[in-house]
Design a protein around this ligand. Sequence first.
Ligand SMILES: Cc1cc2nc3c(=O)[nH]c(=O)nc-3n(C[C@H](O)[C@H](O)[C@H](O)COP(=O)(O)O)c2cc1C
Length: 375
Amino acid sequence: MTVTASPASRAAEILSRPVTLNGLTVPNRIAMAPMTRMFSPGGVAGEDVRSYYARRAAAGVGLIVTEGTYVGHDSAGQSDRVPRFHGEEQLAGWAKVAEAVHAEGGTIVPQLWHIGMVRKEGQAPYPEAPAVGPSGIRTDGTEGAGKAMTRRDLDDVIGAFAEAAAAAERIGFDGVELHGAHGYLIDQFLWAGTNRRTDAYGGDPVARTRFAAEIVAAVRANVSPDFPVIFRYSQWKQDAYEARLAETPQELEAILSPLAAAGVDAFHASTRRYWIPEFEGSDLNLAGWTKKLTGRPTITVGSVGLDGDFIGAFMGEGSPVQGIDDLLDRLEREEFDMVAVGRALLQDPEWASKVLAGRFDELKPYDAAALKTLS
Ligand SMILES: Cc1cc2nc3c(=O)[nH]c(=O)nc-3n(C[C@H](O)[C@H](O)[C@H](O)COP(=O)(O)O)c2cc1C
């Protein structure tokens, strides 16, 4: 007789398996996706930010990836309410966040961020700093809106990422995630649409990956060998949902191999809907392909736990409702190793504990009002 596990017990069994990312053991398969919240005046994560993350760790999130936090370069960001990962007060604020998450049994990595050509002129925290990028081109194609980075700029930014990673280890974080996704600086180098350089940092996919790989190598050299370095990337860009870095698995491999060789321990493949196949002829999604091509652990993400109506409202189009079974099947087949959850975890801080206990009927439906508070 075949005994079929109920969805509830299956979810508990599969999602509560620990997973290892280099020297870090994460207690289960659920990650909190990085989400910019802009609740950190002066770039300092305060008490409310601390309890926001600690609440989710206490309720079963195995790995918290913090909101994007600016590295120490004047052009890195454009809001004084986004937390910074440099400066005494800012790092002291972050140290307390890490401590609070650990006290609840969770693990936490900061997402290190430079926005590059997304920066508008005259914005905080350094209004006079220019927007910088590979070729001074925005992801929407606007030319001449910023500065093409010089050798000195490249070295400064690489150094800023390396310093932030060392600070993360020093103040008690469990690893770092490098934000190489969504059309921000690192992705502007990866993508041919924004990278028109004719030096060693532009041209074919391997050359376009050089800047990212140098950041990874500098980070790797500045932290302990077992300190996990996660690299987040995406095909899509903020201003260009249909943009793609790679049209084929071979092109994707050309980008991912140098990153893995430079020292990436795990990849976080950002998609808007995790169940969409990435390339023709296979059901694998972007995280699945990433794992297959690199052999590294991967994190998937995209509309987990959301209902169709909300996806439609947020993304401007309709979409089918996706149950948890498909996700569990893919985890079980080891297509990927972890699943990151964004908006569902904003809505319901207890999302993970409810799912791990099979209490699906207690999950709260998403309401965009959740974006406005740190509850
Ligand atoms: C309010 C908000 C802020 C976000 N900020 C970031 C960010 O700082 N860094 C990042 O890589 N992704 C960011 N994202 C994307 C999420 O990490 C995630 O990939 C996306 O929301 C899809 O996951 P979900 O469908 O579970 O929400 C953000 C998403 C939202 C909704």
